[in-house]
Design a protein around this ligand. Structure first.
Ligand code: CO
Length: 227
């Protein structure tokens, strides 16, 4: 059994390096956190929030779960959202998905092959419904392109859920400066890509959502043609 001594040694080295580069960093940060961003991402070990955008501790408030889901009855995610918006007053909420997402793959397998993933199928049932609601995006696409399209669509749908929560709706009504964004990360190249989705108020939601979904369709068509 590992006693995690390698992790503790890594940690001491890391904290020392930060302290050398930014003297007083931790004592200052201990006073309070004031992150600009809330990150809602996938639990996947290859998509660590702070690291891929090269930000230090204190910059991002993070919630991660399998396949970056935002369910309207998920008290965990909603509590994070509530605290981030009302107490920390973050300015940007980022829903970040990623290509080759195991959760998204599980959804396709259960939809197309009736494969059983146990509890995961329950967690991801809303995403299976998203797939069924947007069959026009997937019909005729080869499997890899279908997978990419569902990874992208998942981000857009979850960002839409964030915008529809009473927390965000109330913040917008109160005139709070708050935007919701959709990003997707390539585990194969380490690059983040925008999904043309930036929503800064209720009026922007529907047109931006539709534009982003049209973008998924467009990219899927382009991918299918090159395959
Ligand atoms: Co994932």
């Amino acid at each position: 059994m590992s006693d995690l001594s390698d992790l503790l040694a890594n940690n001491r080295r890391w904290a020392g390096e930060i302290e050398r580069s930014y003297p007083g960093f931790f004592t200052q940060l201990a006073q309070q956190q004031a992150p600009q961003y809330l990150w809602i991402g996938c639990s996947d070990s290859r998509v660590p929030a702070n690291q891929i955008v090269d930000l230090l501790p204190g910059a991002i408030f993070v919630h991660r779960n399998v396949a970056n889901q935002v369910h309207h009855a998920d008290l965990n995610c909603l509590s994070v959202l509530h605290f981030a918006v009302n107490s920390l007053r973050v300015r940007d909420i980022i829903v970040c998905g990623h290509y080759r997402c195991g959760g998204v793959k599980a959804v396709l397998e259960s939809v197309l092959e009736e494969k059983d993933h146990g509890l995961l199928d329950h967690w991801l049932r809303p995403l299976a419904e998203v797939y069924h609601r947007h069959t026009e995006l997937f019909d005729g696409l080869p499997l890899p392109a279908r997978m990419d399209a569902l990874c992208e669509l998942n981000v857009i749908e979850q960002a839409e859920h964030v915008c529809s929560t009473p927390v965000v709706q109330q913040a917008w009504r109160a005139g709070q400066d708050l935007s919701v964004h959709g990003l997707i990360y390539g585990v194969e190249d380490g690059l983040l890509r925008g999904l043309d989705l930036h929503i800064n108020g209720p009026a922007a939601l529907e047109p931006r959502y539709r534009q982003a979904v049209a973008g998924v369709l467009q990219r899927a068509g382009a991918r299918a043609n090159t395959e």
